[in-house]
Design a protein around this ligand. Structure first.
Ligand code: 26Y
Length: 809
């Protein structure tokens, strides 16, 4: 691109002038960020056009990944890396006395997701492009991303994330590719030339406008497309000039009610409330996306014949499950196909990933709401259900219970997971144990009916963002040691295993970790004025706050440690810094109180001179992709302590591992596969197994009071929650006492406490043995390649989508 630094500098200065009307002297950091990112954008756009042309000409199968969330984070740096211009640009800017990292910080995070599911979608896009796969994203261009979290007096306060306010250089508005999405109205049946027609009338038409974002492959010429849809009032419904005064105001109101559809990302990631606007969002982007796919397909092929051989549609959880009836609708009502043919195409095109077994997160919509909002779609869902139930009846005659359990429409609700399974040819879980739980428990009846549909695809993360970008020092050390092939073939990281026994190499890894810890310590000092010791163990627990993720268990260990230290300040413990981060759903009372508890404990511990600097606790505000990129490379301990069976996979666990942290984890989700990969000796596990947990749920036998009565440490901790030990209102933390003791501790916090403390003691011992720790860290890095999303995506491509790479020349 910029063959030399000189060329780049010239182009950059010119851009400053033409785009921002400034010279270097007068330019702000924002000016410089915008000039630079526009240069990158222009460069990318050439390959983007070439990619699209290649796809059109070659006519190979395309994959469309539908997701209501894409948690991309910042793009400038990763785009620079992927187009291989990082060094030239960095060095050239340096010669102009500009710090690239500072400009990068001017970019707002694209925070269009809640957590794991949204970030997975972003990693998958990166991997598809990097593997030359013709794979595209389809989602919503939320005006407001996930709320910004502020901590005020220890409590979470939510502020709007107005990420688009200064524009987004990475998006291309494509008004000419807009489509219409219809809500409400009624369906009239008619017969024309002997054919039954369903005519949708009296509906409200919304204009869906696509904004395309380039998805740049790593050092290839592939640039795929992430198409995000924005809702606008259809022009004919919003014509100011023709309105008199009263209607003018109505028109404005109408405009806002339409735009509300793509206004905001729902901030809940585990509890579904049947909000009408959310159902609207789902149909909005699914309908727009499928219409645009069909339109493009027909432009090239003339008809929908062969559709399933050329198109794969993947739905990320059930949020886009309306893809099933929407594709049916288009094939039947617009393309004139009969039911059977439409069904064959639809069910062979769509595949579905499940991401959770929490019953409260499984989507279901009240029939009445569904019908009113989507009358034609409801008819189709109803028909799918009728046919499916008939099939069940033939197979299990008389087994009403089973049929009721499996029905798509039952008890006044549309069950989206059932719709997704029935309408897909492939259904997958996201880690080995998760898939087994789906098959044996949550989706057991469906598995019995169609075992061939089910498979596992263990999650992955893009090593380009989570190692190459987030941890440049470690990336350089790795490349200096084994060469650069790991960037393209992450499995090559395993060659590092050989160096685990090399004391000098381990020392280099240790120095990298220390440098990353120093950087984080400085940030914490600057931002919170808390001094932490870079030589202490950085024990990190960052993820959404949720009872099943058990931040509370971590807190109880800290309280216990603190209690021990208060009795005996000379206690010989390895100094620790506990770092927390994560957002709570705004309406999730327990999660919000957990944040307050962490902050209260932090304040108490950090101020207590008597314990020296043996113990520090920090809650990092507004955890998100960019913060993760700074925190994870600095971690010694990766807390992955969910109640076994509850965490579908986890992906943070993989990021930590790749950056040389040791997992302290339960045998849950992908932790199990991480442990298998690194060896049990390089993983610190504790707690109940999923089998034990599930057996307790099924047969009872757990009594939290028994644990309380038999463990003095727990008595002290539980009592401290309610006896004014903390300088807060007396009832502030009562809720924890009540749910753990009076409601019998659904997530086995008390049950796992002893085992967790014991594991933490092992951590302290191991950390003091520099060689042992260094070997463990090395093993983790060396075996992390198998958790690259490149591997995961290859498995989807071969096992589910049946798509092949298309190399762009
Ligand atoms: C229906 C609505 C309330 C809802 C919205 C978002 C329900 C769920 C979600 C998001 C779920 C999610 O992020 N699940 C996580 O997916 C990751 C990627 O597969 C897993 O690694 C992680 O274990 C799982 O909790």
């Amino acid at each position: 691109m910029f063959q030399s630094k000189e060329r780049f500098k010239q182009a950059f200065l010119e851009k400053l002038q033409t785009l921002r009307g400034v010279t270097l002297e007068g330019a702000s950091d924002s000016d410089k960020y915008i000039a630079l990112s526009n240069l990158v954008r222009e460069y990318i756009s050439k390959n983007w056009a070439a990619t699209n042309n290649t796809y059109l000409e070659r006519g190979e199968k395309q994959i469309y990944y539908f997701s209501i969330e894409f948690l991309l984070g910042r793009l400038l740096h990763s785009n620079l890396l992927n187009i291989d211009q990082n060094h030239v640009v960095r060095d050239a800017l340096q010669e102009l006395d500009i710090d690239l990292a500072r400009l990068e910080e001017k970019e707002p995070d694209a925070g269009l997701g809640n957590g794991g599911l949204g970030r997975l979608a972003a990693c998958f896009l990166d991997s598809m492009a990097s593997l030359n796969l013709p794979g595209h994203g389809c989602g919503i261009r939320y005006k407001y991303g996930l709320f910004e979290q502020k901590i005020v007096n220890g409590y979470q306060v939510e502020l709007p994330d107005n990420w688009l306010q200064d524009g987004n250089v990475w998006e291309y508005r494509k008004p000419e590719k807009s489509v219409e999405v219809r809500f409400g109205g009624y369906v009239r049946e008619a017969v024309a030339e002997g054919v039954r027609l369903f005519i949708h009338e009296g509906y409200e038409a919304i204009r869906a406008v696509p904004y395309d974002m380039p998805v740049v492959g790593y050092q290839n010429k592939t640039v795929n497309t992430l198409r995000l849809w924005s809702a606008e009032a259809a022009p004919q419904d919003f014509d100011f000039s023709s309105f008199n005064r009263g209607e003018y105001l109505k028109a404005i109101e109408y405009k806002y009610s339409v735009e509300a559809i793509s206004e905001i990302l729902y901030p809940d990631d585990s509890y579904q409330e049947g909000q009408k606007l959310r159902l609207k969002q789902q149909y909005f982007f699914v309908s727009a996306g499928i219409q645009s796919i069909v339109r493009r397909y027909k432009r090239k092929n003339g008809s929908v014949y062969d559709f399933e051989d050329k198109i794969a549609i993947h739905i990320n959880d059930t949020h886009p499950a309306l893809a099933v009836p929407e594709l049916m609708r288009i094939l039947m009502d617009d393309e004139g196909l009969g039911w059977d043919e439409a069904w064959r195409i639809t069910s062979n095109t769509i595949s579905y990933t499940n991401h959770t077994v929490l019953p409260e997160a499984l989507e279901k919509w009240p029939v009445e709401m569904f019908k009113e909002l989507l009358p034609r779609i409801y008819m189709i869902v109803h028909e799918i259900n009728e046919r499916f139930c008939r099939e069940l009846w033939d197979k299990y005659p008389g087994d009403w219970d089973r049929i009721a359990r499996m029905a798509i429409v039952a008890n006044g609700y549309v069950h989206m997971a059932h719709l997704a399974i029935v309408g897909s040819d492939h259904v997958n879980g996201v880690a080995h144990i998760h898939t087994e739980i789906l098959k044996k428990q949550v989706m057991r009846n469906f598995y019995e009916l169609s075992p061939h549909k089910f498979s596992n695809k263990t999650n992955g993360i893009t090593h380009r963002r989570w190692l190459l970008k987030a941890n440049p020092l470690l990336a350089k050390l790795i490349t200096d040691t084994i060469g650069a092939s790991w960037i393209t073939f992450p499995g090559d990281l395993v060659r590092l295993e050989h160096y685990a026994g090399d004391a000098a190499w381990r020392d280099n890894v240790r120095k990298v970790k220390l440098a990353n810890k120093n950087r984080l310590a400085q940030y914490i000092k600057r931002k919170y004025d808390i001094t932490i010791n870079p030589a202490s163990i950085f024990d990190v627990h960052v993820k959404r706050i949720h009872a099943y993720k058990r931040q509370l268990l971590n807190v109880f260990h800290i309280m216990d440690l603190y209690n021990r230290l208060r009795v005996n300040p000379d206690l010989d413990v390895m100094p620790r810094t506990f770092i927390f981060g994560g957002k709570s759903a705004p309406g999730y009372f327990m999660a919000k109180r957990t944040i307050k508890l962490i902050n209260t404990l932090a304040e108490m511990v950090n101020q207590d001179q008597s314990i020296g600097d043996k113990l520090k606790v920090v809650f990092m505000e507004n955890y998100g992709v960019s913060l993760a990129e700074m925190i994870i490379p600095a971690a010694d301990i990766s807390e992955q302590i969910s109640t076994a069976s509850k965490e579908a996979s986890g992906t943070g666990n993989m990021k930590f591992m790749m950056n040389g942290a040791i997992t302290l984890g339960t045998l849950d989700g992908a932790n199990i596969e991480i442990r298998n990969a690194v060896g049990a000796e390089n993983f610190i596990s504790f707690g109940l197994t999923a089998e034990q947990v599930l057996s307790y749920y099924a047969h009872g036998g757990y009594n939290a009071w028994d644990v309380y009565n038999s463990d003095e440490r727990i008595q002290v901790i539980m009592d401290q929650l309610v006896n004014l030990f903390f300088p807060v209102a007396k009832e502030e933390f009562r809720t924890f006492y009540d749910t753990l003791l009076h409601s019998n501790d659904e997530f086995f916090v008390l049950q796992d406490f002893a085992s967790y403390v014991e594991a933490q003691n092992r951590v302290s011992k191991l950390y003091q043995n520099e060689e042992a720790w260094g070997r463990m860290a090395a093993a983790n890095i060396a075996h992390s390649g198998q958790f690259s999303s490149d591997k995961t995506i290859m498995e989807y491509a071969i096992g589910i989508w049946n798509v092949k790479p298309v190399v762009v020349k």
